[in-house]
Design a protein around this ligand. Sequence first.
Ligand code: GAL
Length: 427
Amino acid sequence: MLVKIRQVWFFVALVVLNCLPEPVCQAAEADPTLQVLHWWTSPRERKAASLLANRLMDEGVAWKDVGVPGGAGIGAGKVLKSRVLASDAPEVTQIIGASIRDWADLGFLLELDKVANANKWKTAFFPTIQTLIQYRHHVVAAPLGIHRINTLFYNRKLFSSLKLAAPESWNDLVNVAAKLKTAGIKPLAQSSEPWQVATLFENLILAENGPDFHREVFSRQNPQAVLERRFLVALERLRLMKSWMIQAIDERPWPDVVRQFANREAAMMIMGDWAKAELNETDYETDLEFSCATMPGTGRFHLYSVDTFSMFTKDYAHVAAQEKLARLIGTSQMQNEYNAAKGSVSVRQDADPNKMDSCARASWSDFAQGAAMQAPSLAHRMATDESSRDAIIAVIHRFFIDDALSPAETQKRLAALFRTLNMNIRK
Ligand code: GAL
């Protein structure tokens, strides 16, 4: 009862401040308040964040939103570093993949073992998620959802008017692209922004070669692996795909690429499944206007990025509120609601795939097959730490931009980079 009264007053305070919770807004009057730094700034991402903020508010905790634009967290990572250096870390931050380990290693992250044990996270979450959120046997992150990076979106109406089937192999894809071109339709909506080019390239590495080769290259950074012929083939394919784009050099933010696809400016798009949520937001319906398939050649492999929130310890003044948010994130209800809005899938093994749309059902079921079918995304920091990721992406991006640069020279550059990175004793 007391909680309810507090909620009503809190809501009244927000209205007086002209600050409604939808979209997420700053709730300066509320106590306790958690600052949440993230990179969800597209309309649908904001909706998913609002869902979390509203549920948190039901528990008497206000969410002070710090959304930093920049796909894949390019801007948010920089803002976080400078705020920490200025002793002004937010209480909650979207820190994902290998970056969790790096921040935990510096001793900044709150241990969430109490929440994890009380809510049986060990049995509730997929094993890969367990590993990801732990550092030195302590839970230091709360998992929100699993995104699939090897998603091929195709325009159903365009495909059926040209009697095309969703491509399953590289040869199918080449044939489909040729037919689309003949019909005067651009095959691919794609940005030349570095992380988006890296997304396409890691899809090409996964296709045909499988998760083990993907790990050999991007996680283990084996110099020999990049000198193999199959790596060269992937580079050649990347260059060919450049000729399928609306405009080859065009560093668009990802929501603009989604808009191009929705406006029928191109028939296909290879992008993480957050794009599905954005398409739905513009009334572009799954399995009506478009469908999801996997990147040709990747079959049931799952190239993943897992969104996680870590909590900064600071002076331990916000622990109760931080634990409330962590607990909430792991619940079945929050997982189902949030992931349906975000385009990702639940991290819980007891989720019900029958309640998901076709893209989510395939993603969740394929992820559930286990680690042998999973590949950690390079572009989203799942495969390696932030600086190694940036260095690898820079080499791939240079190759993409500069047609005079040969695949063989790029292989040599990456092999040299991997030798340097391997000197890092933590690998
Ligand atoms: C990923 C993140 C997603 C989405 C995407 C585009 O790194 O996991 O939630 O925000 O970037 O920015």
